[in-house]
Design a protein around this ligand. Structure first.
Ligand SMILES: Cc1cc2nc3c(=O)[nH]c(=O)nc-3n(C[C@H](O)[C@H](O)[C@H](O)COP(=O)(O)OP(=O)(O)OC[C@H]3O[C@@H](n4cnc5c(N)ncnc54)[C@H](O)[C@@H]3O)c2cc1C
Length: 241
């Protein structure tokens, strides 16, 4: 049996910042959507932009993956059956981004999943987060779930000052905004290199463009003592694709 697929309808579209759109989808199909998956990803299923009816086709048919992209569960409100997804709208064109740019209430979106939350351990002694704007929803959703006593640092790349967001985070988690339109910035690596080499008691979250993820993992492997079980590292997109 494949993943459960649900049909939803857009109920609201908000411009959170110049490069981020918040889209809330709702519908009866979300009745059994699990409540504890904030920060996990779903596969959003988009309609063929060239089809007349603009409704995504659900199901496991030949080529179905072409219409799917990964997005993070920013919030899920069980009472209202509302799922909140934040879409980075950068300068690139793509099925998901083009859809988000034009989305309006009443539009249909398919949802498969969710997967599991990404951060390896909310209770770890120390936390490090590295992510670009596509990982901002996952980082914010995770920070909101850490215990108030949590310690650590987050580095988040956004294209402009106006793309900084406020969210709830423990007071001893230092948030560092890397404001640059350069999505392949070396500021992540510089920040990582300035951290202590002993990371055995640190939960590490890395989610950005593939080559940057590779760079940061290489730094970890060559310079740090760390516990593989406490590392989440994932390419959220690939410049070479
Ligand atoms: C687990 C997971 C969770 C994710 N959660 C989110 C989320 O909550 N919000 C979010 O915005 N994204 C998220 N992403 C990233 C998102 O899935 C990708 O950015 C996706 O490729 C966008 O699809 P698209 O159809 O717009 O572009 P595609 O059709 O996939 O790609 C088209 C072109 O655009 C380039 N491209 C793709 N994304 C970007 C980008 N961000 N900046 C510049 N160029 C890009 C590709 O390299 C390609 O050349 C997540 C990814 C993963 C793996």
């Amino acid at each position: 049996m494949g993943p459960k697929m649900r049909m939803t309808t857009v109920t609201s579209v908000t411009e959170l910042s110049p490069h981020m759109k918040r889209i809330i989808v709702s519908g009866d199909d979300l009745k059994d959507f699990p409540e504890d998956k904030k920060s996990a990803h779903v596969k959003a299923i988009f309609p063929d932009p060239n089809s007349a009816h603009k409704t995504p086709k659900l199901g496991l048919y030949f080529g179905f993956k072409k219409w799917m992209r990964s997005y993070t569960v920013r919030e899920f409100n069980k009472e209202r059956l509302e799922l909140t997804l934040d879409f980075a709208v950068n300068d690139h064109k793509g099925l998901a981004t083009n859809w988000a740019v034009q989305a309006k209430p009443g539009d249909k979106l398919g949802i498969a999943g969710p997967g599991e939350p990404k951060h390896t351990n909310l209770q770890e002694d120390n936390h490090l987060f590295f992510g670009d704007i596509t990982a901002l929803p996952a980082i914010a959703a995770t920070l909101e779930q850490l215990p108030a006593s949590a310690k650590g640092k987050a580095w988040i790349q956004v294209p402009t000052e106006l793309d900084k967001q406020s969210f709830i985070a423990p007071k001893d988690i230092e948030i560092n905004w890397l404001v640059t339109p350069n999505k392949l910035t070396d500021k992540f690596l510089n920040a990582f290199a300035a951290e202590p080499e002993d990371l055995m008691h640190t939960a590490i979250f890395i989610a950005t463009e593939m080559s940057i993820v590779k760079q940061l993992k290489q730094h970890l492997q060559t310079h740090c003592n760390y516990d593989k079980k406490k590392l989440y590292a994932s390419a959220y997109w690939d410049m070479k694709k």
